[in-house]
Structures are given as C-alpha cells and as structure tokens.
Design a binder for this molecule. Sequence first.
Ligand SMILES: C[S@@+](CC[C@H](N)C(=O)[O-])C[C@H]1O[C@@H](n2cnc3c(N)ncnc32)[C@H](O)[C@@H]1O
Length: 270
Amino acid sequence: MLPYLNLGCGNKFHPDWVNVDFVSTGEGVIAHNLLSGIPMPDNKFEVVYHSHVLEHFQRDDAFKFIQECYRVLKPGGIIRIAIPDLEQIARNYLEQMELALKGDKAAESNYDWMVLEMYDQTVRDKEGGNMLKYLGSDISNEAFVYKRIGEEGKMFREMLLSQKNQPVHKPKKKFTRFFKPKYLKNKIKNFVLGADKSYAEIGKFRKGGEIHQWMYDRYSLGRLLKSAGFKNPEVKSAFESNIPNWNNFGLDLHDNKVRKPDSLFMEAYK
Ligand SMILES: C[S@@+](CC[C@H](N)C(=O)[O-])C[C@H]1O[C@@H](n2cnc3c(N)ncnc32)[C@H](O)[C@@H]1O
C-alpha cells in the first residue's frame, strides 16, 4: 500500500492508495464521515488527494478538514485538490450572457447551463436537482455541456436518455393505503404545514453530502491552503503534478482525457 490517501474517493479510487468515503464504495474503501476528522495518525502520508469533495463542506468545516489534511501529511508531503472552479464558471457565465444579449441563439442555452452550474448544486432540495432534468432532456447545446462536464457527464446523460426510452411499468396504486392512519396523519400534517415534503426530509437531503456548500477559485483555495500552513500553492493541469507517476493512477483522467474539465487542480506542500 502506498502512503497516499484519497479522501471522499467515491467510485474513483486506486487500489494501491488508502481510500476513504462516507460509505465503502469498493474493496478496502474505509467508511468514515470526514466531518469528524481524518481517522489517521499525524505525519503518515506522502500524498493527500481529494477531488470534488471540499465544496460539499461548510466553510468552517472546510478549514478544519484542510487542517486535518495538513496533520496527516509528512513534512514535505503534497496535497492535491480538484474542485469545481468558480473562476471558470464566472468567466463562462459572463461570456455567454454577453453573447445572449447580442442575440446569439446558441449562447442562450449555454447561459442557462452556466446558471445551473452556479446555483443548482447549492439550492436544490432533491437528488440531481434541475441539472438532472436538463441532462435528461433534449438539448441544443450538447457540445458545450460536454465540454463542461467531460466524459463522465456524457456517460451519465447517455444513461439518463436510455432510461427515458425504456417502457415504464407503473405499479397499480393500492386503494387501501388511503385508510391507513399514517397516511392520513401525514396528509393532515402536510396540509397544516402547507408543505408536500416535510422539512425534516429536505434537511436530511441538504445535510447528505450532495449539495455544494461553498465554491473556490485559484485565489481563495490558495489562501485557504496557506491559512492551514501549506506552502507554495500552485495551479496544475489534470495531467501535471509533483506527485511521482501521477498519470499512472488515472484519478483526474478518463481514457487519457480530463475526467472533470470544470475543475481547478491545485497542489501545495506541507
Ligand atoms: C462529487 S463526489 C466526488 C467523488 C470522487 N472523489 C470523484 O472525484 O469522482 C463527492 C464525494 O465526497 C463524499 N463525501 C462528501 N461528504 C463527505 C463526508 N463528510 N465524509 C466522507 N465522504 C464525504 C461523497 O460520499 C462523495 O463520494
């Protein structure tokens, strides 16, 4: 096992690394809530990596998490972070808005997508939000969207479209449920609260790790790293790294292409 740590690995992990996520997503993946710290001793790892994880933490928690990354790294060790790039989103949003204002028809849809990228992942209260709806519909700006979400996103859209074309077998509703006390109690509660979905359900979703709690750019991420003690934060490409043999691990790549092109990649040293 390499002294390399991948936090919030999801389904993208290398078997020679130590991998951690909320739930075990594969063989050897350690199930752990990173909001309660990193379950590893001080100065243990040469590399700490996380991809599209930090934005899911509130700002205070993000700072504590980066401090934890610092603690578990050996002196001289490298942190590498991949994260949606707020600067790229903002620049694209402004560019598409200017074009749309000039009457460019293609830019209208691109503008809609950029607003989704900026807000939907923060404000949604159900899985996938409006982005899921957009990706599952007929769109005129596929090339632009794929440029933003990469191969992984493209595969996801193709899956959504193929599911849409499957015949749907709706189970027959059982009439008896209308007379069940729990059903009636919920109906009355929702009527009184004026809400279809209970607030607790929305709260549970919003705390479940899907939504974006904050966003970063090369300035604010560098500043965060420095405030936790890291040195020389530097922007990298998906292919570039000071981590030896980085491209052999395939973590930021898919079929030798950038896996998440909307990312900012940054490295710094302990
Ligand atoms: C957008 S996914 C990114 C997954 C993977 N790193 C990648 O690049 O494809 C965010 C991951 O962070 C994990 N995550 C979010 N909050 C977490 C927490 N508090 N503790 C552990 N994992 C967490 C989620 O379970 C999910 O797998």
